[in-house]
Design a protein around this ligand. Structure first.
Ligand code: NAP
Ligand code: MG
Length: 521
């Protein structure tokens, strides 16, 4: 047990692998080769430790080589969802009584195992989600960070005095106790890190869970489940229920015994879950809690005093890393008139240099996740052609996978579709502003509010930008992607979500309720 090492001030970000060291590259390639030998296996539904293999399956495809099946996943139906719920409900009785430090210890053990298996996990991410080495490796680090950070957060939350004032003749204590059964719904774009973060934050606070992984990325989600099984997490604390959202999603959200939903995904699904959870089901004894982190239309604002070389790099990195499939992707750049042409030229030149191809060969730009995304992004590109001026890309890449060339539109109107809707692909829209204040107005003209960045060297403007740019995560003079656990607690405003700051100390309170007790002397 790590109780002497458990406080948040002992938390350190997990270092990423240094791929300039050829040995690491070889080790990752070996891991990819050995994962290839396991392709085509089927993962089960797991309820209270019981593994169920179903006839009906979800097929996981390699988006970079779409004829390659990564694996299959069994599919929970409604009856299994009900059973999983009853199992979680029953397990809650014992799990909630497990000491906070013991619960945290499971997370520390899982972190240790992930460290040992980091290349293996990266290999799965690369093949199943189309990430390149750095993106996959950084995601494994993030998953480890969530485990280490939430483990420590739990111990700190348990020991915290919560600044209660003392009065004579009474002992007062505020203790955060768990809620009950949580429905955990992660997205495919960080199919390890977010899946881990959403699940273990609930588990470490003493809740039991139904984990429904995103259907595109069930294999990596099951790897995580297996790790929790290997380190000895009691059966029934996490019940693994891949399946059709239409068959089991609304059923679980609407169920009277579901206590909360922890969701990360698109705006439409998040709003739907929020609405459904707001209805009180027959027999329900509580108001369901929903933490929903949703989409973004994030942007970078650049004024004429900015370092244009570093701004161009940040814009390209933010717009195109992982093919623009990040909720934090900088899909808009808003540039003041006086440096517009100069900066656009730099951005275009950098974009033309990006290498495109399979994540396995570590190209900067890989495939988008699936056919549906591929078609939707190409459709947005067609809309963009009518709305603005295409300067790079605009077409599909190699046919063996879902490749789309990085695409840039310039002179976009702030109200146009490509400046308003989340495209979730490698498409950047650039707009021209009269001056820095106008640029911030354009930035704020959105229903979203997740991340943003401001490039300037003017101290007064920086201060005002911090005040005016309305988003959950604002970065000055750097890219708008790449939040670190514990360093940049992450969550957005407006229709980007409930601003439940993932990777922040307060996060665990969202999965617990404060019980105040007083003992009169
Ligand atoms: P999605 O289509 O909304 O799916 C997210 C999850 O919800 C998946 O597991 C999906 O299952 C499930 N789901 C769909 N309908 C459901 C229902 N009625 N009930 C319960 N679950 C349901 O999003 P995505 O395409 O996976 O992810 C991309 C989106 O996530 C983008 O909008 C991105 O911005 C957002 N995102 C936000 C953050 C953040 O922190 N704000 C972080 C990452 C991603 P199936 O896969 O089976 O459909
Ligand atoms: Mg989806």
């Amino acid at each position: 047990m790590l109780t002497t090492l458990n406080k948040l001030d002992t938390f350190k970000s997990e270092p990423n692998t240094d791929f300039s060291n050829n040995k690491e590259v070889e080790a990752l390639k070996d891991a990819i080769a050995s994962f290839r030998e396991q392709l085509g296996e089927t993962c089960p539904v797991v309820i209270g430790g019981e593994k169920i293999f179903t006839e009906d399956k979800i097929t996981s495809i390699n988006p970079g080589t779409k004829r390659e099946v990564v694996g299959y996943s069994s599919k929970a139906n409604r009856e299994m969802a009900e059973r999983a719920l009853q199992t979680a409900f029953k397990t809650f009785d014992t799990w909630k009584k497990t000491a906070a430090a013991d619960r945290a210890d499971y997370l520390f053990k899982a972190a240790e195992l992930m460290r040992k298996r980091r290349h293996e996990l990266s290999a799965v991410l690369i093949i199943e989600s189309g990430k390149n080495y750095e993106e996959a490796d950084a995601e494994v680090s993030e998953a480890i960070d969530f485990l280490e950070f939430y483990g420590r957060s739990m111990i700190q939350l348990e020991e915290d005095t919560h600044q209660l004032k003392s009065i004579p003749d009474e002992t007062n204590k505020l203790k955060y106790i768990p809620l009950g059964v949580g429905f955990i719904v992660p997205p495919w774009n960080f199919p390890l890190a977010i899946c881990v973060g959403l699940t273990v934050s609930s588990v470490v606070t003493g809740n039991t869970t139904l984990l429904k992984p995103a259907s595109n990325t069930t294999i990596i989600a099951y790897k995580f489940f297996e790790i929790m099984e290997t380190i000895g997490l009691p059966d029934g604390v996490i019940n693994f229920i891949p399946g059709d959202s239409s068959e089991i999603g609304d059923y679980i959200t609407g169920h009277p015994q579901t206590r909360f939903v922890s969701f990360t995904g698109s705006k439409d699904v998040g709003l739907h879950i929020n609405e459904l959870a707001g209805k009180t089901a027959k027999g329900q004894k509580w108001i369901k809690r929903v933490n929903a982190e949703m989409g973004g239309k994030d942007g970078i604002v650049i004024d004429e005093t900015a370092d244009l070389v570093s701004a161009a790099k940040a814009i390209v990195q933010s717009a195109f890393s992982f093919q623009g499939q990040k909720c934090s992707a900088g899909s808009r750049a808003i540039i003041v008139e006086s440096v517009y042409d100069n900066l656009v030229e730099k951005i275009v030149n950098l974009t033309k240099e990006l290498s495109i191809g399979n994540g396995e060969d570590n190209h900067f730009i890989g495939p988008v996740i699936d056919e549906k995304a591929y078609k939707s992004i190409l459709n947005y590109i067609e809309i963009g052609r009518k709305e603005a001026k295409l300067v790079v890309g605009g077409d599909a890449g190699m046919e063996e996978g879902f490749y789309i060339n990085p695409t840039i539109f310039v002179d976009a109107d702030q109200d146009s579709t490509i400046m308003q809707e989340e495209i979730f692909g490698p498409v950047l829209a650039i707009a021209k502003a009269r001056d820095w204040e106008h640029a911030i107005e354009i930035y704020n003209n959105t229903n979203y509010g997740l991340t943003g960045a401001f490039f300037s060297t003017d101290e007064t403007r920086i201060e005002l930008a911090i005040e005016r740019m309305y988003c959950g995560n604002l970065y000055v003079n750097r890219n708008c992607t790449g939040a670190l656990v514990g360093v940049h607690p992450f969550g957005g405003f407006n229709l980007s979500g409930t601003d439940s700051k993932a990777g922040g100390y307060d996060y665990l309170k969202l999965f617990s309720q404060g019980k105040l007790y007083t003992v009169k002397h």
